[in-house]
Design a protein around this ligand. Structure first.
Ligand code: ATP
Length: 363
């Protein structure tokens, strides 16, 4: 029987409205080739939604998002639209807490053909994944912090329950990467030399590592790890870290891939998952047709892989592989240069190039 999937789509704000249709076209074409269909259910969230309705996500749409097969979210928020306490509208963060999406998966793999950011040839072929814990750490919603005229305090929350699930997720990912020829290693990235919370984090990591004896486990302090990302990226396979550290390191990872428009991500929980590019709404280029839709397309490929795994649908894995091969082929000649890297290729040019390569590929 043919498996079709219902995808809840939040285009959000700004360039979200530009990269979403481009990615939808590519995912539809790849799925059709692999023998199934994606049904898009448009849902509303973001700064415009908040201005119109007073909700960062329409409550009915949040309910609907809990029922669809997967959630595809472009980018939401606008620095010019803020709540009374100065915070921006961030429905993507709300969804992480609401659906318990503790594992933020941020692959760092530059596309061959995209201008290299790291010049050292010894860094060629870097391909690793940062797992950012996404529901607690310095972003824990239960820990509000305090603010007075004289001081401000924030709280870092690490729980055993979430950390165990997070580390198991990271080790399982390293196992599946090892099956595809990667080294099979997980690095715990923390600051265990200064904070008790990170010592606690690392001790739980060491406990969980014992359950995965075929996967190597080591640990690094976050400052040293940032240097490793620039100097010895081939030594990294899977890195797992706290929410704030992961936020910062994954932007560094995006920069090392050529810019925010190349960096896909997934926020995964036990039952639900949201697939979203690492970039924001980029108000500086919104409406100009310049937005690079590659990160949104590759986030879609991650969504197809997750559907394949969780719904037992190998045809979705086939479609994911088609999307990746078409993206690689479109950039391989080096002529498709997006605006982040000083080129002229905008949303439509990237979409057209990827669709043309898809049309050439065999399923
Ligand atoms: P947020 O806080 O919402 O994550 P941000 O402050 O990290 O957002 P982004 O919106 O991600 O900022 O973008 C930073 C800059 O990178 C933008 O101003 C834009 O110039 C560039 N940029 C981001 N995404 C893209 C894209 N898809 N294509 C081209 N340029 C992009």
């Amino acid at each position: 029987m043919r498996n079709d999937f219902e995808i809840g789509v939040f285009a959000g704000d700004g360039i979200g409205h530009e990269v979403t249709p481009a990615a939808e076209a590519v995912l539809e074409a790849a799925s059709a080739k692999a023998g199934f269909a994606l049904r898009w259910t448009p849902l509303r969230c973001g700064a415009d939604c908040w201005k119109d309705t007073g909700h960062e996500i329409e409550p009915e749409d949040l309910k609907r998002a809990g029922k669809v097969d997967a959630i595809f979210l472009a980018a939401a928020g606008d620095p010019a639209v803020r709540q009374a306490d100065g915070r921006e509208i961030m429905p993507q963060v709300t969804m992480r807490f609401h659906f318990g999406l503790y594992a933020g998966v941020r692959p760092v793999r530059p596309i061959p053909g995209v201008k290299r950011v790291l010049a050292d040839p010894a860094t060629e072929g870097m391909d690793y994944v940062i797992i950012r814990e996404s529901t607690e750490g310095l972003f824990a919603p239960s820990e509000k912090g305090t603010l007075s005229e004289t001081e401000a305090r924030e709280t870092l929350l690490i729980t055993r329950q979430t950390s165990e699930k997070l580390f198991d997720f990271a080790f399982r990912l390293a196992e599946s990467r090892k099956a595809q020829g990667r080294p099979g290693k997980v690095t715990c990235v923390d600051k265990a030399n200064v904070f008790a919370a990170f010592w606690f984090f690392r001790e739980i990591f060491k406990e969980r590592a014992k359950a995965f004896p075929h996967i190597a486990a080591d640990a690094a302090y976050v400052d040293a790890f940032a240097m490793t990302m620039a100097q010895k990226p081939l030594s990294i396979d899977v890195a797992v870290t706290e929410n704030m550290f992961g936020d910062i390191l994954s932007d560094l990872g995006a920069a090392l891939m050529g810019g925010m428009g190349y960096a896909p991500s997934a926020d995964i929980g036990d039952e639900h998952a949201v697939f979203q590019p690492c970039h924001g709404t980029a108000p500086d280029i919104a409406g100009m047709g310049l937005a690079n839709p590659t990160a949104m397309m590759l986030s879609g490929a991650m969504m197809l892989e997750w559907l394949a795994e969780t719904k037992g649908a190998p045809e979705a894995a086939k479609a994911a592989a088609l999307v990746r091969r078409a993206v690689d082929a479109a950039f391989a000649p080096g002529a498709l240069v997006t605006c982040e890297l000083g080129g002229k290729a905008g949303t439509e040019a990237v979409k057209a190039a990827v669709l043309a390569e898809l049309a050439r590929l065999d399923a």
